[in-house]
Design a protein around this ligand. Structure first.
Ligand code: FE2
Length: 369
């Protein structure tokens, strides 16, 4: 049963609150996301604020909040996580009006507890958090901040360095994609529907998403107001190792494969990102020969799209422009998508083949195909 059948959403979510990454060196990661991706410094917690075992840097761009956390001592859970997975997403925090109720509703439906409801308080008010596990060691933290007016959360101080490279125009998290293990697609799509009340938007199987060598299956789960969209990928048998298998081998478990960040002007955003050293996947120039036939007329000139390697796809409601970075750490795990929607609410199915062939070229060079 879904929201349309029951008429009630037991887990109303306002949007993505923040994404927290566990990384080897948060200070340097924060610098990279400022310099390369245009995130703005917001808040900090560490030794200076009384923490003994970890440090966190909070950065913001548009409505996107990223937190980079690293361990100060080897006994820290952050250190254990990094040793196993490398740098990656630990927390996808969801902005809710009632964290305790979100926790109760999901745990009574079978969610595994990560953190019991906790009240965080300082002179700026109160934040309540509670957390549940999803795939792998990834966590959803429910964040209730309606009674808080500080920069980020109690425990954090304002971080206001002199160094502040300009934003690149990223606006909000469009979707966050999880790679799950073999035969786990139904386990996790069922988790999102039963435990979190999400519904399935679309699904693709290996006939939609296969190249000569690699295959995968994908389902997109979304909450009732569509603010939260979680595509899930599962590897499928192909002639060679798929990018999903490569991810699972290096991340050592299911985890977040990519975050799609939205912009209102993808040509400007990608031009800025490239000039700051962000590396993108490149599709063959021949890709653009078929674009006019496949997507019809679009507002943008084809030349800058082709120069930058931006992909185009159309659905019944409009079109979208998208491009994918290379992994942003040495393990071929997490990467980013930059997306501009012009009416389309889909995910670029028409680009999957061109895209996966581009990824296979990268895998070939890593010896992991
Ligand atoms: Fe995506």
């Amino acid at each position: 049963m879904n929201i349309k059948e029951t008429g009630a959403d037991f887990l109303p979510i306002n949007g993505t609150d923040y994404v927290e990454f566990y990384v080897g060196n948060a200070k340097q990661a924060a610098h990279y996301y400022q310099t390369a991706f245009g995130f703005q410094p917001l808040a900090y917690a560490g030794l200076e604020t009384g923490l003994k075992d970890k440090a966190s840097y909070v950065l913001k761009q548009g409505k996107i909040t990223f937190v980079f956390t690293s361990a100060l001592v080897p006994e820290s859970a952050v250190a254990t996580h990094c040793k196993l997975h490398g740098d990656g997403v630990k927390v996808i925090a969801l902005w809710v009006d009632d964290a305790r109720k979100s926790f109760e509703e999901t745990t009574k439906r079978g969610a595994k507890v990560y953190q019991e409801p906790m009240v965080h308080e300082d002179q700026n008010g109160v934040v309540i958090t509670a957390g549940i596990y999803t795939y792998g060691e990834t966590v959803h933290l429910f964040v209730e901040r309606k009674n808080y007016h500080g920069v980020f959360m109690p425990g954090y101080i304002k971080w206001d360095p002199v160094y502040k490279p300009a934003s690149v125009g990223l606006k909000y998290v469009d979707h966050m994609v999880g790679n799950v293990g073999w035969n786990e697609m139904n386990v996790w799509s069922e988790f999102y529907s039963r435990v979190m009340g999400f519904t399935q938007l679309v699904s693709f199987d290996d006939k939609d998403i296969s190249t000569e060598y690699t295959a995968l299956m994908s389902k997109v789960m979304a909450n009732s107001n569509l603010k939260i969209k979680f595509p899930l990928n599962e590897p499928a048998e192909g002639k060679k190792k798929s990018q999903i298998e490569e991810y699972l081998d290096f991340y050592r478990s299911p985890g977040v494969q990519h975050a799609a960040l939205a912009t209102d002007n993808i040509i400007e955003t990608v031009t800025a990102l490239k000039s700051r050293g962000v590396e993108f996947l490149k599709v063959p120039a021949a890709y653009y020969d078929t674009v006019p036939d496949r997507v019809g007329s679009i507002d943008e000139e084809l030349k800058p799209l082709s120069d930058l390697g931006i992909l185009v796809d159309r659905d019944d409601e409009g079109y979208l422009l998208q491009i994918f970075t290379k992994p942003v750490e040495d393990r071929p795990t997490l990467f980013y998508e930059i997306i501009q929607r012009k009416g389309a609410r889909s995910f670029g199915k028409g680009n999957f083949r061109a895209l996966f062939e581009a990824i296979e070229l990268e895998q070939q060079s890593r010896g992991t195909l």
